[in-house]
Write a protein that binds this ligand. Sequence first.
Ligand SMILES: NC(=O)c1ccc[n+]([C@@H]2O[C@H](COP(=O)([O-])OP(=O)(O)OC[C@H]3O[C@@H](n4cnc5c(N)ncnc54)[C@H](OP(=O)(O)O)[C@@H]3O)[C@@H](O)[C@H]2O)c1
Length: 319
Amino acid sequence: MSSSKQTVIITGGNSGLGYECAKQIAEHDNHYYVILACRNAAKAKQAVSSLIQETNNNHISSMELDLSSLDSVRSFAEEFSKMDYPPLYALVCNAGVQFIDATHYTKDGFEITFGVNHLGHFLLANLLLDKIVPDGRIVVVSSGTHDPLKKTGMPEPVFTNPQLLAHPDIASSNEPVSLLGRRRYTTSKLCNLYFTYELANRIQQQSGKKITVNAFDPGMMPGTGLAQSYTPFLKFIWNYVMPVLTLFVPNVNTVRQSGRALANLVTDPKLDQTTAKYYEGKKLINSSNLSYNNDNQKILWKASIEMTQLKQTETLLKV
Ligand SMILES: NC(=O)c1ccc[n+]([C@@H]2O[C@H](COP(=O)([O-])OP(=O)(O)OC[C@H]3O[C@@H](n4cnc5c(N)ncnc54)[C@H](OP(=O)(O)O)[C@@H]3O)[C@@H](O)[C@H]2O)c1
């Protein structure tokens, strides 16, 4: 392995957008060593061997990471630091879940959409900060569904108190679980933006590093595993009917198109200095008005430190 190589970690890289992003980066040139950080070791190994076959680049491997367990996130960071991988250049926070069938919880007792999509990535990024090279990159996969003005058909996010997101009061909610689940999803994607902007800001002010942090909307990508909890009928529509929309509806994309745009945020030298921005595919746009609320960004940051019990010894940033 050449010493000039640099490592890129992609969470949930075994399928969907993460897989396509890994493929584009591995195909880009031989400069990158790609690690798929996945919860299912068997699926991850299978993805690694397909990627090696498809890209002819054998600098791809996997490591176990379950974002629904804070212990697993800590073990991942510890294992990574023990391994002899090339310097860590980029972290792509891609893994995500949406449940519309019931309320599920992480191993630590947090509502799972908030726990996996936000908290797990919050802890992971903090633990890896001292390992990322000074001019490295973090890319957070959000979604246009966080922005009501985009009229995606998804319910508006509701961000009041992070404690309520982590421990929802189900008994006093009148919303059907399918609506609740979709709202939890859009709210977690708003949290991804609060996290992106606050992390970018804190890195600039506190770390002495020039690591950039940007957020990404892949657009709608019908056919991915995100619809795992849908009814069989809705899954059929998602997998076989909606892909037609990629032909004529703006911001409805194939996974390949969005994977290329996501990979570009890691590899494009023109983005060396770009931080705290939001991209819809390759287009720089504004995220929702609410996502720029500084108070909410700070409230979420503080609550996330408490929930993950992040210690000063674990991160470069002030706790
Ligand atoms: N599809 C869309 O229309 C769309 C639109 C906007 C944004 N996004 C975002 O794009 C990202 C990728 O989603 P996708 O559409 O590619 O769906 P996907 O195919 O289901 O990919 C999600 C990935 O996350 C992994 N994952 C789930 N829970 C995890 C956990 N606890 N720990 C570690 N990994 C976990 C999954 O692993 P398993 O294979 O083991 O389940 C899978 O590899 C998500 O952040 C999603 O919110 C998707």
